[in-house]
Each structure stands twice: as C-alpha cells, then as structure tokens.
Ligand binder design. Sequence first.
Ligand code: FES
Ligand SMILES: [Fe+2]
Length: 345
Amino acid sequence: MTQADVYEITRQDTYPGAYPSGWYHVLDADALRPGDVRELRALGKHLVAFRGRESGVVSVLDAHCLHQGANLAGGDVQGDCIRCPFHNWSFAGDGCLRSIPGLDKVPRARLRSYPVREHYGMLWMYHDVTGEVAEPPYEPPALPDIDDGTLRPRGTYAPRDARMHICEFIENSVDFQHFAHLHSELTIPWTQIKIPGFGVHYEPGWELDPELEHVAYFLTYAYLVFRGRHYRKSGASVRVTLLGPGSTVWFRFTLPELGDIVMFQTHLPTAPLNQRVRFRWYADRRIPRPLVWYVVGHWISQWRADVEIWENKIMRPRPVLVSLDGPVHKMRRWVKQFYEPAPAA
Ligand code: FES
Ligand SMILES: [Fe+2]
C-alpha cells in the first residue's frame, strides 16, 4: 500500500457512509439505445442497465446471474428481456426469470431490480442506503419551464472524476465564509485564470423547503466588484435546489429581463472518495450563447476551486464554528434522513 493510499483511507474514515439514499444519475439517456446493455459499477454495487427493444424502457438489475453468477453485462437484449451470456437464461426488466432454453417450466426467481426514471436526457436510479430495493419516497426533478419548452438544452459537460466524498457539495452550500476567500476573484470562465481588478461578491443564504422534507436550497445574489467598488446592479440571483444528499442538484440563474438558465449538477459515487460529476444546462432562448457560456463557465471555474479543496480535506464531525459560518448543524441534521433506511419495496 502506498503513502497516497494510506492518506485516502485516513480521509475516508472521517466521513459518513459513502452511499446515502437518493436518486442518482447513472447514465445519459442517449448512451442506451433500444437493445443496448451497459455495466454500472457505482454505489458499492455491480449493476447492469439495458433498454428493451420493444418497450424502450430502461431497467437496472444486479449484474450477476442467479444461475451461476455470470455477468449479464456480457449478454444481449431479446425483446424486453436481458439474456445471460453463459447459459442463455432470460430476465425481464423487473428482474423475474422468464425463460431457460430447453425447459418449459422455469423456477420462480428474481434478480434485484431498482427504480429507474428517464427525464431531461438523464437516467436516474433510486438507491437506498441499505443497498436493498426500496420504494422511492420522492421523485426526480420536474421543471415546468423545461417541460413546456421555455428553456432549451444548451450544453453538457463531463469533467474528470473528483476524488471527494458526496457530502462535500452540501457541506459547501452552508459554508458562507469561503465565498469571500475562495470565490471572490473573477476568473476567465471555465478556467482558474484570474482577471485583475475584478471580483465577485456573494450574499449567501440557505433554507429548507417548508413542505418537501428532502429538498433544501442554497440562495445567493452575486454581483461584480471592480477595484473595490461594488456594482450591485450587475448581478444575478442564483437558487440551487438540493434534492437528497447532493446526488442531484440544479442551479437556477435568473438574469433580469432575459430569463433563466437551469444547470443540473449530478454526483455518482463510484467509490467512497470518487464522484463522477456531470453538468447539463438549459436556457431561455432570449439569452445569447456567449452569456450562457459565461454564466455556466463562471460556475465551473468556482467549482474547480472547490474541488481542489475537497480532494484534500477531511470531515470534522465537530468543527469549531464562528458567527461567520452558515447553518452547518441545521444542514447536518437535515442530511441524516438520507442515512435512514426506507421501507423495503
Ligand atoms: S450463469 Fe447465467 S444462465 Fe447460467
Ligand atoms: Fe464553493
């Protein structure tokens, strides 16, 4: 074991469980056409996803066959069933064993199959903290202004994986102090290159949804500062909806007179300290392309600055807090719900 491995294990030991309950963006919808099969190694599981040829419906099952444990990801799709590559047993999308070549009557047997939803070009799977199948207590996002075409798809971004724990994104949302230090300088969008003289000022806030217990919000108004002078009118309001344990979040940037940009940011833990991160954004058609590039790119620059910290930090269960910090304890009490098992399906 190398010194780097020891460091990562030491970091890992300071965090809560790596795979809290929530909706996880496991694949892009266009990565799975009818008849396609994909292997998924994430959330401490070994899974297989496939899209039925007839129904077009996507299913996610435990990857290893109930017979002799072959990996179904090496199989193929027949109708709406997946066929094992070893002895050609077929399983339906709900995991039920459907057919065995040369046998009329098949035993009653069922692979674990997980809830899946397809929306906004993404495939989400519900994972329960126990690792068992559970009834999802809520649904993935539904945004009327995307559904009705007011906001149109404008781009996606797939960075390298981040060597961080999933809880860091939510922890970051209540860390009000770091905006004045880590995020206060304006950079060229998408980069860490600072623009001399320019800065950004944030007015952060954090609140729980009054009705939906699995939803919290990070809110800020961000505007430009030039050589110490504050230009409040240059700003835009940002509302980040945190759905569950940070697995799925979305930003709503409201640009006065122009409309909104909505950007999804999703995290999929493929190991306790490794997140696959994906971005996908939509914008009002009135917002010109360079402005969308600037707004999204500004966030990506700030996110990169956070990642450098996240990839090297530990979690303090009892941090020393001062009045400049946000509601850390309130947030941690809220997150606890995603570590409690849901009723089995
Ligand atoms: S191992 Fe899958 S059919 Fe035998
Ligand atoms: Fe941050």
